[in-house]
Design a protein around this ligand. Structure first.
Ligand code: FDA
Length: 305
């Protein structure tokens, strides 16, 4: 049943009509549980509050699968504006983005130009930018673009997904760049030809790539709400005598706040991924797929006046 629900929500997450409707209706149906606000001003207020509690942040202007130059440019301008606001308001925040919102599906030339504009702004204002990893169809292109840009920009990181069979090879491929890597389990619906279909295999591979990246000496952001994985990282910390300068934990805004606080109280660096904007539909559907019990929050939102 859980698997059926997961597939159902992942299927819904790519529906373009529902995406457009969601944009029109604003943060409704419980969306505000996972999204910090519709614009950067609302998000900046939230980030300040989160920073004051002792967490660091990465901000994400929601948007994905854009298919035209005009909308991609709007996303770029929004991202640059967010970088300026982070600097002006002295927020402790990085920026996360999706290449499909920067024109990946339009042309390579466009996405490279847009990314250079954003990374130049990041460099000027001292803000690190991380490229989220999207579905497998865009995986190779994302890896290649990351490698190309990483030659020019220090302030750039990306994400590897443990559910992909090739994630360990990717890690080896990126090692020479001494990369800032966020490691996740993976959130999209992928075929068994490219991704482990069984959760236990994903979890085992996740542990494997976390350990390997730490042993490689690369900065590692472990982005998970899974306590078993978090305990494993704590064991590694002891076993490998890791410095806490080499890794951090990351979680999504609105999810497992108790665990976020616990880790911060234990002295770990805890980064909260804070999405904002009106294109919340695909993001929220993936959160429902991860935990269908969240549907209860959505239903409450539907019936709330
Ligand atoms: P898992 O799904 O096994 O969940 C473990 C436990 O966490 C659950 O039992 C539950 O308690 C809690 N939990 C998990 N999801 C929840 C939810 N939605 N609501 C409530 N509780 C929940 N993916 C991707 O493909 N590309 C990317 O670029 C990113 N980027 C990214 C950044 C950050 C900071 C995070 C935290 C995650 C991502 N992800 C991602 C998403 C990631 O791939 C994965 O889908 C989610 O983190 C859920 O998996 P967990 O590792 O939490 O484990």
């Amino acid at each position: 049943m859980e698997k059926l629900m997961r597939n159902f929500f992942l299927f819904l997450s790519k529906n373009k009509v529902l995406t457009k409707l969601a944009k029109k209706y604003g943060l409704r149906f419980g969306a505000a549980r996972f999204v910090a606000g519709v614009d950067i001003d609302h998000a900046a207020t939230k980030i300040k509050e989160i920073n004051e509690k002792g967490y660091v942040v990465t901000i994400d202007h929601l948007g994905e699968f854009i298919d035209n130059e005009k909308e991609a440019r709007e996303s770029v301008e929004e991202c640059i504006h967010a970088i300026e606001v982070i600097d002006e308001q002295k927020l402790d925040s990085q920026v996360s983005l999706k290449l499909t919102s920067m024109g990946l599906d339009v042309s390579e030339e466009l996405v490279m130009k847009n990314m250079r504009d954003i990374l130049d702004a990041g460099k000027k204002h001292g803000v690190t930018v991380t490229i989220d990893m999207e579905d497998h169809e865009r995986h190779r292109k994302t890896m290649d673009i990351f490698k190309e840009l990483k030659k020019e920009y220090e302030n750039l990181g990306t994400v590897l997904q443990a559910y992909l069979y090739e994630s360990e090879d990717d890690l080896d491929e990126l090692n020479e760049f001494n990369p800032y890597l966020r490691l996740v389990k993976g959130a999209y619906k992928e075929a068994p030809e490219v991704a482990y279909p069984v959760k236990k295999d994903v979890d085992d591979n996740y542990k494997k790539i976390i350990k390997k990246n730490l042993l490689n000496g690369n900065y590692t952001a472990i982005a998970t709400h899974d306590e078993v994985i978090i305990d494993y990282v704590k064991e590694l910390e002891e076993e490998l005598s890791l410095s806490r300068e080499q890794f951090e934990f990351q979680m999504l805004f609105g999810i497992r706040k108790d665990l976020q606080k616990k880790l911060m109280d234990e002295g770990y660096k805890m980064r909260v991924y804070v999405p904002y904007g009106n294109d919340w539909y695909g993001y929220n559907m993936r959160r429902l797929a991860e935990r269908p019990a969240n549907v209860l929050f959505v239903l409450k939102g539907v019936f709330k006046k």
